[in-house]
Every structure is written in C-alpha cells, then in structure tokens.
Write a protein that binds this ligand. Structure first.
Ligand code: SAH
Length: 210
C-alpha cells in the first residue's frame, strides 16, 4: 500500500466511525489526520485502518480506532489544554490527542522502557511534540502543574489510583478502563473541589495496569 491507499483507507475508516459513533467532528478530524499505519508493526500495515486492536509487541496492543475516538471525545479537550496519558504504547492515541490540543501539551508515560523509547522516536519523526517518559503512571511528571485532563490506556483493577486523579485540576476529567479482565468498565471522572463525579460508559477490554 502506498500513501494514497493509506489515506483512502483512513477516510473510509472515519466515514464509518461518523456513522456509528456520536462523537465530535474535532475528534474525527484528529483521527483522519494521524497516519495509524506508521504506529503498527510493519507486518500489520495493511490492517492499520480496520477498526480493531492490533498487537504492538511486549504483549501490548493499540486500541481499536473507535475506542480511541470515544475516549478522546470523553476527554472533552480543546487547543491549549494540557493532557496526561498513562500508557503510551506505540504513541498513536497520544498523537490523536496532540492533534486536538496542539504541540507541547501531551505528557505520556509508558511502563515498558523499549515501548517508551520507540514511541518517543516515532512521534518525533512524525512531527508530534509529545513528552514521553518511561515509568509508572502513578508517579510520573511530579513537577508538572495539574493537567486539564488525564486518561489511561491500561486498566487498574481497583479503580483509578488517587495519585492519577490528584494530577488533574478541579473541573478536569479522567477517562479510563477499570476492573479485572472480563468485567472492565470505561469510566469518566469529573474532578470537583470536594468530590469526584463518576460516569459509566460501558464494558471494555484493555491490558491490565502494571
Ligand atoms: N495508547 C496506546 C495503547 C497502549 S496499551 C496506543 O495508542 O498504542 C497500554 C499501555 O499501558 C501498554 O503499553 C502498557 O505497557 C502500559 N502500562 C501498563 N501499566 C502501566 C503503568 N503502571 N504506567 C504506565 N504505563 C503502563
């Protein structure tokens, strides 16, 4: 497949997402802008624009495009918002969010050092200014000011850790899967001054948080 084929496949993917999902055009435009085939292992390149998860090595997976769209939409961020991602993986989801919030505004942490290194290089090569660190999402970026939003692409078994919720400003949102394999739910927390509001967005399947 050449670039024109990839672009056509990507347009078709987005047209399908537009029909099936109730998400913002801004989210769909971001998905249409990011070359997903650059993020998946070469042998899966021809399937990069099918709406399904793919293996990215180290027993990890890149989420299906519709899941990236739904989560990005729930984050409800715009240009200039600062976003914290837990689980960089191949960097695809970070690139989609960076399309919306702009350069320098996505901070991502990845547990597997080799994946972090590869994602950092890939994002840089593709022109995305995303800050990638290797480490644990619970303790990453201690010196950064509170974020406008955070999301997890791995599932903590017992709810989103307070350490991650605490990194988000009042009024900000945290989106991610919670629970054990087979019973995971996608949740959105809205952080208030005194309390945290929780919405359930249905059953999902993600890799466990380490
Ligand atoms: N957003 C990614 C999806 C990656 S899959 C993408 O677009 O490719 C989830 C990732 O979370 C895996 O790479 C896994 O290594 C990472 N992860 C698991 N536990 C983690 C933790 N405690 N801190 C940071 N990353 C973690």
């Amino acid at each position: 497949m050449d670039d024109a084929d990839h672009e056509a496949a990507r347009r078709e993917l987005v047209a399908g997402l537009r029909r099936r999902l109730d998400v913002d055009e801004r989210t769909l435009a971001a998905i249409e802008s990011v070359p997903r085939h650059e993020f998946v292992p070469e042998r899966h390149g021809s399937r990069a624009y099918a709406d399904r998860p793919l293996p990215i090595g180290h027993d990890q997976t890149i989420s299906a495009p519709h899941m990236v769209a739904v989560m990005t939409d729930l984050l409800d961020v715009g240009p200039g918002d600062r976003v914290f991602e837990v689980g960089t993986g191949c960097g695809y989801h970070a690139a989609v969010v960076a399309e919306i919030v702009g350069p320098g505004n996505v901070y991502s942490v990845e547990y597997v050092p080799e994946l972090a290194e590869a994602a950092r290089e890939r994002l840089q090569r593709l022109g995305y200014d995303v800050t990638v660190r290797a480490g644990d999402g619970r303790t990453a970026f201690p010196d950064e000011a509170r974020f406008d939003a955070a999301y997890l692409t791995c599932a903590p078994a017992d709810g989103i850790p307070d350490q991650i919720v605490d990194r988000v400003r009042s009024g900000g949102r945290v989106v991610g899967p919670v629970g054990r394999a087979g019973t995971q739910r996608l949740v959105r927390l809205t952080v208030g001054e005194e309390s945290v509001d929780r919405e359930d967005h249905g059953g999902v399947r993600f890799v466990p948080m380490q």
